[in-house]
Design a protein around this ligand. Structure first.
Ligand code: ZN
Length: 115
């Protein structure tokens, strides 16, 4: 089964939110139980990025790329980059993968690669 990360659609006005919010940013009228999960698209444009060095041991990498991606529906999200030489404005596509291991726990997040 393909893993998904979800946005949250307001049941009153349809506005999409990611990450989750307690109250709709657009209409401000709904409560925290009035959102429907909607899978985030995985295609987007790389807006900015950085590389992090000297990570905690559980990352098991010497250098980690992180990028802010504007997804095809306009939402923006932070994800890891599996791109050796990223360029601003490049098209990327993400997959939900293990991004961190802590003892026996696996944390999932979006990993973007060049489209
Ligand atoms: Zn709303």
């Amino acid at each position: 089964m393909e893993r998904q990360i979800h946005a949250y659609a307001c049941r009153r006005c349809g506005a999409l939110h990611y990450p989750f919010r307690m109250v709709c940013r657009e209409c401000g009228e709904n409560g925290p139980h009035e959102f429907d999960p909607v899978p985030l698209p995985k295609e987007g444009t790389l807006l900015t990025f950085t590389f992090v060095h000297n990570l905690p041991a559980e990352y098991e990498v010497a250098r980690l790329g992180l990028g802010v991606v504007e997804l095809s529906n306009g939402l923006r999200m932070l994800g890891q980059l599996d791109i050796a030489d990223p360029k601003l404005g490049m098209k990327v596509v993400g997959e939900v993968e293990v991004v961190r291991r802590e003892a026996y726990a696996r944390r999932y997040g979006m990993v973007f690669r060049a489209a």
